[in-house]
Write a protein that binds this ligand. Structure first.
Ligand code: F0G
Length: 456
């Protein structure tokens, strides 16, 4: 792949402020060497997340002006509901202000002490909401997904034999729900095949377990199915999306990803009684069921975004961007997680900064080097995020040391991506000169967001 063709013209722009390396050294120092604590205006290319960072289309901005802000029964709700039902086909559509609010309601409805939720890989907030209810959350990712260097088509799949064995041991009555995350964010944005969705659904049906999809990146997943799975090459993205959801009893969605909006989410389900219970919780937590923590205009933006995300030109550009970056970096010898997934490129910091041992946070060394050298903000997914202390107080590093470069939707152009690759390759060439870090302050939970660090 030699070119990314952005399938849009730019009508509205935001300036990027240029900074020098000296400026950035100062900003990073002021932020205690933690890129989460840097002001966004001092970042050139912000790849912290693909969530809520999409550029909306002129049609979405236009729809925003037509938002019906009525408390109950707003027209915007019906536009939104129609758009969701058209793709997902569920009977009940319940808006929430973002994905984790949907997960909170699911956790409150189905969770509780003594229960276990199962998944290919739970995203952190989903796991958090389940554990907060007193239940536990267990992952059954396919073995292929656990090998960063292995090239395979569907590394996000559920390991169904392992899942079924677990259900038999644990007892189906203790497992209220199975959540299949498509694409699998925690596993590198890797897709789940249609066959795997179908098989997971069959296992759940056999044991009477509710089968939900974490649908954040459902359209990106559908594109991978179309381009990689036999029998789907001539189906439309809409047909593939519909089939994905046809196997499930419901879904939770962060619309901040594949609905191409800056805020929003929802829960879907088919069961009338459960939907009524979910709506009752929604009223306490989020708002009346026809707005659920959002403004009418947000519902309009989602309705329109859900149409645009199905466009094949868009998805080709989207998935093609990751592929383009992946090929460029691989050609230069930069170690990355392979194959590239749907929403991000992951640098393998353990191999990249092989002279820095895990307890000196190689992922932070790389993240900070990218910021200082080029104003690029990625996120460490390694020992700062997942490192622990055992019972004796000894340090236990994370299994993988990754740096995620999540690409916002429709925001950056090929020249931004080329610039980013140049910086990464430059840092790779002089990698030996970068040093590790030690933590000087850490919060008891989710320390990566607020930690202070010092260069060694
Ligand atoms: N599920 C998945 C798979 C996600 O990636 C996210 C968010 C959520 C649920 C929660 O949705 O943020 O709207 O509450 N992922 C973002 C990320 C934060 O950067 O990967 P939310």
């Amino acid at each position: 792949m030699t070119r990314i063709f952005e399938p849009f013209r730019i009508k509205s722009v935001e300036p990027i402020k240029f900074t020098t390396k000296t400026d950035r050294e100062k900003y990073l120092k002021e932020a205690h060497n933690n890129v989460f604590l840097i002001r966004a205006k001092n970042v050139l290319i912000d790849l912290l997340t693909d969530s809520g960072t999409s550029a909306m289309s002129a049609q979405q901005w236009g729809a925003i002006m037509t938002g019906d802000e009525s408390y109950a029964g707003a027209e915007s709700f019906y536009h939104f509901e129609d758009a969701v039902k058209n793709i997902m086909g569920f009977k009940h559509v319940i808006p929430t202000h973002q994905g984790r609010a949907a997960e909170k309601i699911v956790g409150a409805l189905f969770g509780g002490k003594g229960k276990t939720f199962v998944s290919n890989s739970f995203f952190d907030t989903t796991r958090g909401n389940i554990e907060y209810s007193g239940a536990e959350a267990v992952d059954f990712l396919t073995d292929e997904g656990k090998q960063p260097a292995l090239i395979a088509d569907f590394k996000g799949n559920m390991n169904n034999p392992a899942l079924e064995k677990y259900i038999q041991e644990r007892g189906a009555e203790n497992i209220p729900m199975c959540v299949l995350t498509i694409t699998n964010n925690s596993g590198g944005g890797q897709p789940v095949s249609m066959q795997n969705i179908r098989e997971t659904s069959e296992v759940c049906k056999k044991y009477g377990i509710l089968f939900f999809i974490d649908a954040c990146r459902f359209a990106e997943n559908a594109y991978f199915i179309k381009t990689r799975e036999k029998g789907y090459e001539n189906k439309s993205i809409l047909e593939i999306c519909r089939e994905q959801f046809s196997y499930a009893d419901g879904c939770t969605m962060s619309a901040k990803k594949d609905a191409l909006v800056n805020i929003g989410g929802f829960i879907c389900m088919n069961d009338d009684k459960l939907a009524m219970e979910a709506k009752n919780l929604l009223i306490i937590m989020e708002g009346f069921p026809t707005y659920g923590g959002l403004a009418g205009r947000d519902l309009e933006a989602m309705a329109q975004g859900l149409k645009e995300v199905l466009e094949e030109d868009y998805l080709e550009y989207r998935i093609g961007t990751m592929k383009y970056i992946g090929e460029k970096l691989t050609e230069a010898g930069v170690p990355i997680l392979k194959p590239t997934g749907g929403h991000a490129v992951y640098l393998d910091a353990k191999a990249f900064m092989s002279h820095i041992p895990p307890h000196e946070l190689p992922g932070i060394a790389l993240t900070n080097a990218l910021y200082v050298e080029g104003g690029i903000r990625g996120v460490e997914i390694g020992s700062l995020m997942f490192g622990k202390y055992d019972d004796k107080g000894d340090y236990v590093p994370a299994t993988l040391e990754l740096v995620r470069l999540a690409i916002p939707r429709r925001v950056y152009t090929q020249s931004h991506m080329d610039y980013m690759c140049d910086i990464i390759i430059d840092v790779y060439k002089k990698r030996e000169q970068y040093k590790g870090y030690k933590i000087t302050y850490e919060a008891p939970l989710l320390r990566h967001f607020t930690a202070h660090m010092e260069s060694l």
